[in-house]
Design a protein around this ligand. Structure first.
Ligand code: GLA
Length: 391
């Protein structure tokens, strides 16, 4: 991202080049394993990416918030008194959700000129929305001098913004990874207690490749909320035997013994995914500690299988992309990442196989689905921050 070009655009939009904006960056994330476990109080293992959202921001002379983006045609100006209203289905609802959270915390708001620019593909399951939210939340904390807010508060308020303002009942993983990410480390997070450890991700001789199905995730939000509700139903059934409030409170063994308490076969499968996936995260972390990349990859493959068969959030495109990858000698693991229903896969690939991977998987995927896949070599990066250079 060229920040000088972005700054020029900022002045074209908002004028007054004597007053420089400040620049903030929040990354996207990729989840290595632990999918659809976060809202169940389970374990996840995401990391922050080199791609993300840049935000240039400057106080405005009036009580108006001006929002523009280099990625989206829509831009708007909203008086602070009117931020509580959603603007259709526009992207500006992500920053507005954050402004509302600050308002609810009684932090006094002022007007801002803001320009967003992202290099994460939209709707690819790499958390472009959490990245916009966290860039906004972090920038507002600095600009409004809200020093009482710590990073974990920003993570939580961004999740609330997504749940309450956007209406997606997502868990905390995305915001947490965006806020707490660290270069060359994955984040092993217990979503029940929010305790976390950073796990070194030195993948000697291997690379993480993200492959984008480029299939728009139609109905993804409603299907996502449907899965959340199905897990709650599983909790209701299981609670007849052992009172729990979230599935993650059970170990896989405990669940295994009591699974017949769930009369509905579909709900039982949903719970089986969550609890087996939770166990896979624990095993995956142990593999990283031991440097057992092969076994780590096998767990990724098993995760995909469970997301496909038990949780049913994959679909033809994701399954095709994963199957094409798993065929290749030199691919140790491949799975969908994020919410599913389209979006991306994450692949652990031997360094000397990267070119072959991109060529062969790209070709097979296009032949079978008609879509052209995109590939990104992931670099595990730091979380949200201010960028002070090249302004
Ligand atoms: C989306 C949500 C996350 C998480 C994943 C699935 O990315 O935003 O909270 O639930 O799906 O693991």
């Amino acid at each position: 991202m060229n920040i000088t070009t972005l700054t020029t655009r900022f002045f074209e939009l908002y004028g007054n080049p004597e007053e420089k904006p400040r620049c903030f960056f929040a990354p996207g994330r990729v989840n290595l394993i632990g999918e659809h476990t976060d809202y169940n109080g389970g374990f996840v293992l995401p990391c922050a990416l080199q791609y993300g959202t840049y935000l240039l921001i400057r106080p405005s002379a009036d009580q108006v918030i001006r929002l523009s983006s280099t990625n989206m045609a829509f831009s708007t100006e909203i008086p602070i008194a009117e931020i509580t209203k959603k603007v259709g289905n526009q992207w500006v609802n992500y920053p507005l959700g954050i402004f509302n959270q600050f308002r609810e915390l009684n932090i006094s708001l002022t007007g801002f000129d803001m320009l967003y620019s992202g290099d994460i593909p939209n709707s690819a399951g790499l958390s472009s929305s959490a990245s916009i939210e966290m860039a906004t939340a972090y920038a507002l904390t600095v600009m409004l001098n809200a020093t009482e807010l710590e990073m974990i508060d920003l993570v939580k308020l961004s999740q609330r913004a997504e749940n309450e303002f956007i209406g997606v009942n997502c868990g905390i993983m995305d915001m947490f990874a965006v806020g707490m990410g660290k270069k060359d480390y994955a984040i092993f997070l217990n979503c029940n207690t929010l305790e976390y450890k950073r796990v070194s991700l030195v993948l000697n001789g291997f690379r993480l490749i993200i492959a984008n199905t480029n299939k728009q995730r139609g109905l993804a939000d409603s299907k996502y909320n449907e899965r959340v509700a199905e897990c709650q139903l599983a909790v209701t059934y299981l609670s007849l035997q052992t009172p729990i409030s979230r599935l993650g409170e059970l170990s896989f063994m405990q669940f295994y013994k009591m699974q017949d308490t769930i009369p509905d076969e579909l709900i039982r499968r949903r719970a089986r995914h969550v609890l087996s996936e939770n166990q896979r995260v624990l095993n995956a972390v142990a593999c990283l500690h031991k440097g057992d990349i092969g076994q780590f990859g096998a767990l990724m493959n098993a995760s995909h299988e469970s997301l496909r068969d038990n949780y049913e959030v994959t679909g033809f495109e994701l399954d095709t992309l994963v199957a094409a990858a798993q065929k290749i000698n030199g691919v140790v693991g491949a799975r969908m990442t994020g919410a599913g229903f389209g979006g991306c896969t994450v692949n652990l690939v031997r360094e000397n196989t990267v070119e072959l991977f991109i060529e062969q998987v790209g070709r097979e995927y296009q032949e079978k689905t008609g879509f052209k896949a995109d590939f990104y070599l992931a670099e595990v990066s730091d979380g949200v921050r201010e960028i002070t250079s090249s302004l």
